[in-house]
Design a binder for this molecule. Structure first.
Ligand SMILES: [Zn+2]
Length: 302
């Protein structure tokens, strides 16, 4: 199994008190290197302008790539652009694109992208929620446009709703977006009534819901929808902030829940997608939880 990361992802400087900090990525990559010595690590390439423009507006590329701030600037109360952020954002999106190329060409079956900034809140034209470019949306567009796939699914188990991924694809029937998330919580979207063109399925969970409700949401609603969609490629928005240790949410999962869900997702990918899974790190703000959950997730991908 392959993994992408890049040193530039550590240089995206959100400031001393920000939850989305370089230590997160250091914790994930160190834990994975310890647990899986045979994992094949590669440096992420940059996404190209053309790849980004399939899902993003020129105005967002201008903001992220051409602002060239001398110091940190706040794009919104949560989202920071630092001098090194453009390079990190290009590598984070480029990792997912390269991973899609790998699995579609049969170069790898499963790929994990250990990157930051995360992506799933970024909309077509707006960086938000710690996200600059929508890494997996760019990757899904690569699968459709470059490789001609007709059914690409994004499974998002981050504790926050992937509003950006949903908004980008809500009128695109070739992409299915499935999400469990805590509600109420940032960004206050992801109600069950949000269905796109029938390609969106949201299961909001109450604070404190815990393992049983989380597994039921996937077992009864989200996994059957994924199975029925028969994806040719499965992308996973892998946020680990639903863990009980996480300081930003209250969903109370543990590492076993991520292992279970990843196993279920892999089984569906094996049935319909030749086993092709690309997973990209989204949230997760407790370092110990990040270590345990990323290892549990990758073990189930292997
Ligand atoms: Zn999150």
């Amino acid at each position: 199994m392959r993994a992408y990361t890049h040193p530039a992802c550590l240089a995206h400087d959100t400031g001393p008190l920000h939850a989305e900090r370089p230590d997160r990525l250091i914790a994930v990559t160190a834990a994975l290197r310890d647990a899986f010595p045979a994992l094949e690590w590669r440096d992420a390439p940059r996404a190209s302008r053309g790849q980004l423009l399939r899902v993003h507006a020129e105005s967002l590329l201008a903001t992220v790539l051409e602002t060239q701030p001398a110091a940190r600037v706040m794009l919104d109360p949560d989202t920071v652009l630092s001098p090194a952020s453009a390079e990190a954002a290009l590598r984070a999106a480029g990792a997912a694109v390269a991973a899609v190329d790998d699995v579609v060409r049969g170069d790898a079956r499963r790929v994990f992208c250990a990157v930051r900034p995360p992506g799933h809140h970024a909309t077509s034209d707006t960086a938000m929620g710690f996200c600059l470019f929508n890494n997996l949306a760019v990757a899904a567009a690569q699968a459709l446009s470059k490789h001609g796939l007709e059914r690409v699914a994004i499974a998002d188990f981050d504790v926050h709703h992937g509003n950006g991924s949903q908004a980008i694809f809500e009128a695109e029937p070739r992409v299915q977006f499935l999400s469990s998330h805590q509600l109420p919580l940032y960004p206050d979207t992801g109600r069950a009534s949000e269905r796109g063109v029938g390609n969106i399925l949201n299961v909001p969970l109450s604070p404190g819901a815990g393992s049983t409700a989380f597994r039921a949401a996937w077992h009864e609603h989200l996994l059957p929808a994924l199975e029925a969609f028969r994806p040719q490629l499965l992308l996973v928005s892998a946020g680990f902030d639903a863990h009980w240790r996480d300081p930003l949410a209250q969903l109370q999962l543990d590492a076993d829940d991520y292992a279970w869900l990843t196993g279920e997702l892999v089984a569906i990918a094996d049935r319909h997608a030749q086993g092709r899974v690309v997973s990209s790190l989204e949230g997760g703000y407790d370092l110990q939880a990040l270590r345990e959950c990323s290892v549990a997730h990758v073990r189930a991908l292997l």
